[in-house]
Design a protein around this ligand. Sequence first.
Ligand SMILES: Nc1ncnc2c1ncn2[C@@H]1O[C@H](COP(=O)(O)OP(=O)(O)O)[C@@H](O)[C@H]1O
Ligand SMILES: [Mg+2]
Length: 239
Amino acid sequence: MAAECVLEMEQICAGYGGYDVLRGVSLRVFRGEIVSVIGPNGAGKSTIFKTIFGFLRPRTGHIRFQGAEIGGLPPDRMAERGLAYVPQGRSVFPHMTVWENLELGGYIRGDRTALQADLEAVAARFPLLREKRTALAGALSGGQQQVVEMARCLLLRPSLMLVDEPSLGLSPKFAEMIFETIRQVRDAGTTIMLVEQNARRALEISDRGYVLELGQNRYEGTGAELLASADVKRLYLGG
Ligand SMILES: Nc1ncnc2c1ncn2[C@@H]1O[C@H](COP(=O)(O)OP(=O)(O)O)[C@@H](O)[C@H]1O
Ligand SMILES: [Mg+2]
């Protein structure tokens, strides 16, 4: 049986104010995968996520999510379709407690009882959330805030989670905790698309990856293939 394609971008051109940052990007994500997009700063990695989630309208091309065309649909329609987005930079509500942040994550879900059960399940999976339940989210370390954000997204029960630069600004220890968390989330059944400046570590946990350069996907392969590629090593992995 062929694996199910959750997300497909086909020849996407998109950008800002009439200027295309993405110039014909095509990629696919299959159910159960971790797929990384790597590439230099400014290559358009975050722009890919903004376009998928509907903050930018593609000028040409198609984006299909679980079989339906979503190119040009607004962001507020994405969560209900099963798409979750953890943007680059911290986005917890700093003056609310960890638990309040999590409850907000499930706000669009109608079934309160099921949401409570999921809250408890997420808290059981990440003990930090229970320990810090009543702490203000803004008082947590960057790595801990990142865990809260991912947990908050999981409460939407997404089919696909877009995670942008989760290890940015974290100490190596917290970065490692985040990569481990991402792997756990995938192992528990959520498909993940990951953008990371720590390309080596991202590819190590990825099933497949794409290398973005000058607004186009230039190389693609399994995580292991990209890690072993002489070109990718020289250009993107520091030798
Ligand atoms: N809001 C914006 N308005 C105009 N240009 C932008 C905006 N955001 C990003 N850009 C430009 O788009 C290009 C790609 O940015 P981005 O997708 O953030 O790159 P990456 O995430 O790969 O570092 C960069 O040249 C950046 O300056
Ligand atoms: Mg970025």
